[in-house]
Design a protein around this ligand. Sequence first.
Ligand code: ATP
Ligand code: MN
Length: 479
Amino acid sequence: MQRTKVKDLLTGAEAGKEVLLKGWVRTKRGNKFVSFIAVNDGSTIHNLQVVADTEKFSEEVLKDVTTGAAIAVTGELVASQGKGQAYEIQASAIEVLGKADPETYPLQKKAHSLEFLREIAHLRFRTNTFGAVFRVRNSLAFAVHRFFNEKGFVYMHTPIVTASDAEGAGEMFRVTTLDLDNPPRTEEGKINFEEDFFGKATNLTVSGQLEGELAAMAFSDIYTFGPTFRAENSNTTRHLAEFWMIEPEMAFYNLKMNADLAEEFIKYIIRYALQNNREDIEFLGQRLVEEDKSKPQNERQEMTLLEKLEFVVNSSFERVTYTEAIDILLNSNHYKKKKFQYEVSWGVDLQSEHERYLVEKHFKKPVIVTDYPKDIKAFYMRVNDDGKTVAAMDILAPGIGEIVGGSQREERLDVLVERMKGVGIHEEDLWWYLDTRRFGGCPHAGFGLGFERMVQFVTGMGNIRDVIPFPRTPQNAEF
Ligand code: ATP
Ligand code: MN
């Protein structure tokens, strides 16, 4: 017999028929006459209830039907008399496929803390919360591809091992096959990377952008969606050492077109999740409501998760220049009361507290900040006519801060080379990148969306470690 997934069984399409269910036991309760077994197979947040009359099933079989065990159940799908579910299975046969010793199985019926669940990341998929989070993550990933595919963008796989440092900022993971105990040395005593696997020093990529630009100079519109790595030692709720990034790059786009695309894209993928994962999002929203009850009034959410997401897809993002943003901050009561920890003045980078003030207190919606001072932004961003700012844009989201970083790129060879000199990047190292400015260069733009920050936003999860299956952070790569 064909197995049917819980999600499909719950529609009742097979009511009155014999069905086969396979999944993992969430709970078992009951009395002398009957056992109620809640089974989940990951297809939905809901469990399917299995009713097993003790007349039919010996204690011998039922004793192994414990929380965490994998079972197969055959029986009739019937309308449920009990509360909480429309359909249930009246079991005629139960097979235990994999036992889970109740003495040692770490997931109990009681709610576990997210911190504890991080320590058993190999099992946390089996909780309601992580089931919901990773189904939403899956939908968002699918929506990313669908959005760009509908627009005729070409999906590019940019390299993971690279000899270039896109940001010129360091913080990369070295990739090497050299013997670390006894590396080959140059005459000056430095490590000789010419003898390394690739004949030069290589790292894990921090961004696919530079290679993405090369492809945009042929396909017009491309995007990447892959893992990126940053060895920054920042133990925050928004940083991972390994995260996934989506980086579209478009020929003939200016900064405004870039911002328009990013806004449309973000709304599209949120809308897709709202349509396809409503129950998961409702569940996650309820989690936040519960969490809020233990917080002081002024720290509670003003909107539920669903309301927040609906609001974001239906409102237009605020657009301000960096200069305007600094003015807003300087004129705020928050600033006057000296509540910002970090300095606010034209030329300094916006800190997370500033970004959150703009988004959560001042505008109360996502904000696109443009035209940052050139000294705090990457070398490839196009220098504006004022000579002081670049055509950069960051998109700031409530509760998260920066979710997108992008820019119009510097297409003028001389200006670009000058900027590279300024930050100490050698022309010879990026000769291939500069070639696009030599041969058929054109105005172009792109951005990077941190996928996990997006998943955080849609699921309302406070810590980025809880939206990637196996987080890599300083001192942590267990699973
Ligand atoms: P931040 O200031 O928050 O560290 P950034 O300026 O380093 O971000 P970019 O280099 O512009 O970020 O990267 C593009 C996007 O990638 C960011 O907008 C963010 O969404 C995401 N991102 C950057 N660093 C991380 C990280 N360590 N973990 C997860 N996502 C990240
Ligand atoms: Mn960073």
